[in-house]
Write a protein that binds this ligand. Structure first.
Ligand code: NOJ
Length: 738
């Protein structure tokens, strides 16, 4: 990567050579040539650092008053983290902010108002990597203008557990889809000279007992599922940092797990960035340092400042080799040099945020992430034929819901629904002031009547007096809390059933972080999954409902019919005392996560992975597939056969003929095409060889078995449209290759 030079040529004569190198200057750069590579600059900087400066670089503070400790004076207030820079070497402070939906604020009286993207799961539902990139670029810019140069964005934990309270921050259940979408978001963030942090490495897939749970999983199953999602996100996005999770993996804390950090991440994948701990996830000095943690985060979250004085002492006593401390500091500095943090210092200048431009980026992602699950009798898109429309529930008169916890982005003017949800973390429940009702009223000439939906009978009466009922059903999910089951909370199922029974056309708009069950499904005409749709969510929902844009989202996760279909009857650890340690066995499903589990078990889901209706129709022709350099090259044509412009999401699945895979099929690729009526487009998809392989732990290699493979073109995991067969030769390749 080319680096710009620092404008400090006058210092050249006085600085020692190493120091000059670290600051990006050589005789060549002083003369206007290229700066040395980040590796070289980081090595030079570390060589010029004192022991104390190195320790300072690997020890992070929470940048919020907490546990009686005042935030560091140079930290941006009420944010996630601060690490002091080394001025004499031109190393700036690291100013860390959450998270995936935008610039968050830790609990404070006056949270900063910033633009919220739709939830990560919503962006994933767009199946449009360009939108993930654009969203990342937007929030990365807002982070920079908020004074931050590190953003804790890149949540890619697989949705193994639909009850996980943080599913909204992630990108669904498939490693390829998740990895690509999150990798693109990371790339977008880093286009602003802001380091991104893929997280939470690894298997932090439930919130119940998140710091106590020991996840049991075999190496091969993990490499083909959760770890593959990280691997793809990392190679696509090249994040400067990886955040290790709270949980244990096979008996060891993720943040001192030699297997995860040293063997898989750094050795097999050749990762050159640094590993930072989650806040409160460091548990030791020597084991953590030796097993691959590079930076302790968020002091005073942990019990002890392990990477401060104790680490210095461990280095002085020889328990941690000085070379390892150098490696820790070098990795951090390398990420900073590689992303241009030295050349592009951040300033707090939020007045420069182009609020309208940010809102447009958020809205585009929300619109393409909304999934039309059901649309009977062509009720949607709504036409101007209704005299009275009942809008019921979900505070749809004033805004849209957002997910809770450290990723919370606050809107200008505060939540229009104050005092909802827990008073302290992960609360409060925040609504974003983008009203679906107002956005609909701006588009349809009808009388709108709002009812809060709390009393089912009263809501049904309002519906009965209208020509159309739109029920907004919400499920608030948040960091640190899992859902008890898959039902909508607060008896909303009763309200929906009662409204539907009023006999008027009924639409349900879901604002949820996870899949929910729908006992009323047969009684309603249309259902839209809008997730948490972000700062412009009301507009996005109205535009999809009225057909100003096509419904083009597709499910990035299976919607089960019931909890009985899941690998676990309940989330392990449920009901245990807070201090209890326990394990959860991911070997039950192994790599067969989500739709793979459903197909392997023969379970019929409520809505399959990849499902989503459009307002137009598509036809697919000319599917061909051929072996191509150890992978498969696929081609086909999609045509818009309907009367409206729309967006198709053709999906390519692969199956291996004969035994050997964890499940009948795997997603091998997809395309997203915008097509006018009558228009067609060609797709060329290269299937990632890892999706054709099985991981061989003994050889530490991927292996593609020689034989026949079926390539299926589909509109959803349960909706194949064409298949072809390909014969592949045997192939083995390294754990970090493809
Ligand atoms: C804990 C969360 O797990 C993590 O995602 C977040 O970045 C940190 N806290 C900092 O707020």
């Amino acid at each position: 990567m080319r680096q710009q030079t620092t404008p400090r040529h006058h210092a050249m004569r006085t600085l020692p050579l190493l120091l000059a190198l670290a600051m990006g200057m050589t005789a060549a750069t002083a003369a206007g040539g290229d700066a040395p590579a980040p590796d070289q600059r980081a090595a030079a900087a570390v060589a010029a650092m004192t022991l104390d400066e190195k320790i300072q670089t690997v020890f992070g503070y929470f940048s919020t008053d907490f546990k009686g400790t005042a935030r560091p004076k140079d930290g941006v207030p009420f944010t996630a983290g601060f690490i002091a820079g080394v001025e004499r070497l031109g190393i700036p402070h690291q100013q860390l902010t959450d998270a995936g939906m935008g610039v968050a604020t830790q609990p404070s009286e006056q949270p900063r108002a910033r633009t919220a993207l739709p939830a990560g799961i919503a962006t994933a539902a767009s199946w449009n990597p360009a939108l993930a990139y654009a969203g990342g670029a937007m929030i990365g810019q807002e982070a920079r203008l908020s004074g931050h140069n590190v953003m804790l964005v890149g949540g890619v934990n697989l949705q193994r557990e639909p009850r996980n309270g943080r599913n909204f921050e992630y990108a669904g259940e498939d490693p390829l889809l998740s990895g690509v979408m999150v990798g693109e978001a990371i790339r977008g963030v880093q286009s602003n000279h802001v380091v991104a942090t893929v997280k939470h490495f690894a298997y932090n897939n439930q919130e119940t007992g998140r710091t106590k749970v020991d996840v049991r999983i075999g190496d091969a199953a993990g490499r083909m599922s959760d770890l593959l999602a990280f691997q793809i996100a990392i190679e696509r996005g090249d994040p400067g940092a990886v955040m290790c999770g709270y949980n244990l993996v096979n008996g060891f804390y993720a943040c001192e797990n030699d297997y995860l950090l040293n063997q898989v991440l750094k050795r097999d994948w050749g990762y050159k960035g640094y590993v930072m701990s989650d806040w409160g996830a460091t548990h030791s000095t020597i084991p953590a340092a030796l097993n691959g943690l590079d930076q302790q985060s968020g002091w005073p979250f942990d019990l002890s400042p392990y990477f401060n004085g104790a680490l210095k002492e461990a280095v002085e006593n020889g328990h941690v080799p000085p070379a390892r401390l150098d490696d820790m500091a070098r990795r951090i500095l390398r990420a900073m040099y590689a992303n241009g943090l030295m050349e592009h210092p951040v300033r707090v200048e939020p007045e420069k945020i182009d609020v309208a431009a940010s809102a447009a980026v958020s809205q585009a992602a929300a619109e393409e992430g909304i999934v039309l699950l059901k649309n009977d009798k062509g009720l949607l898109p709504l036409t101007n034929t209704y005299t009275t429309i009942a809008i019921i529930g979900g505070h749809a008169d004033v805004g849209v819901l957002s997910g809770g916890g450290s990723s919370q982005v606050y809107p200008a003017g505060g939540s229009p629904v104050p005092n909802e949800g827990p008073a302290s973390f992960p609360g409060p429940t925040v609504y974003l002031p983008s009203s679906p009702l107002k956005a609909l009223a701006a588009r349809l000439h009808a009388k709108f009547v709002y009812h809060d939906g709390k009393d089912a009978a009263a809501a049904a009466k309002v519906a009965a007096g209208s020509d159309l009922a739109i029920v907004f059903a919400t499920q608030w999910t948040a960091e640190s809390l899992d859902q008890p089951d898959l039902s909508l909370p607060n008896r909303q199922d009763e309200t929906i059933a009662a409204v539907a029974a009023a006999g008027k056309p009924t639409v349900v708009v879901l604002e949820t972080g996870s899949p929910v069950t729908m006992p009323w499904l047969g009684a309603v005409d249309a259902v839209l999954a809008a997730w948490y749709p972000g700062s412009s969510g009301g507009e996005a929902i109205a535009r999809v409902l009225t057909g100003e844009v096509d419904a083009s989202g597709r499910l990035p996760a299976t919607f089960p019919r019931s909890v009985a279909q899941l690998p676990r009857a309940r989330v392990d650890g449920t009901g245990l005392p807070e201090a209890a340690r326990f394990s959860t066995d991911y070997n039950i499903e192994g790599a067969a996560v989500g739709y793979k589990w459903f197909e392997k078990k023969g379970h019929q889901p409520l809505f399959a992975f990849g499902h989503g209706l459009s307002y137009t129709s598509f036809s697919y022709t000319g599917l061909s597939a051929k072996a191509d350099g150890g992978a498969i090259a696929v081609r086909f044509k999609t045509a818009n056969t309907g009367k409206r412009a729309g967006k198709a999401v053709p999906q390519v699945y692969v199956s291996k003929v004969g035994a050997g895979w964890e499940a009948p099929k795997r997603l091998g690729g997809w395309d997203k095409l915008a097509l006018a009526p009558g228009q067609s487009g060609e797709s060329r998809i290269g299937i990632d060889p890892r999706v054709l392989a099985v991981f061989d732990t003994r050889a530490n290699q991927w292996r593609i078995a020689a034989g026949e493979y079926v390539v299926t073109l589909a509109e959803a995991a349960d909706k194949p449209v064409a298949t072809v067969k390909v014969r592949l030769p045997a192939r083995a390749f390294a754990a970090g290759a493809r």
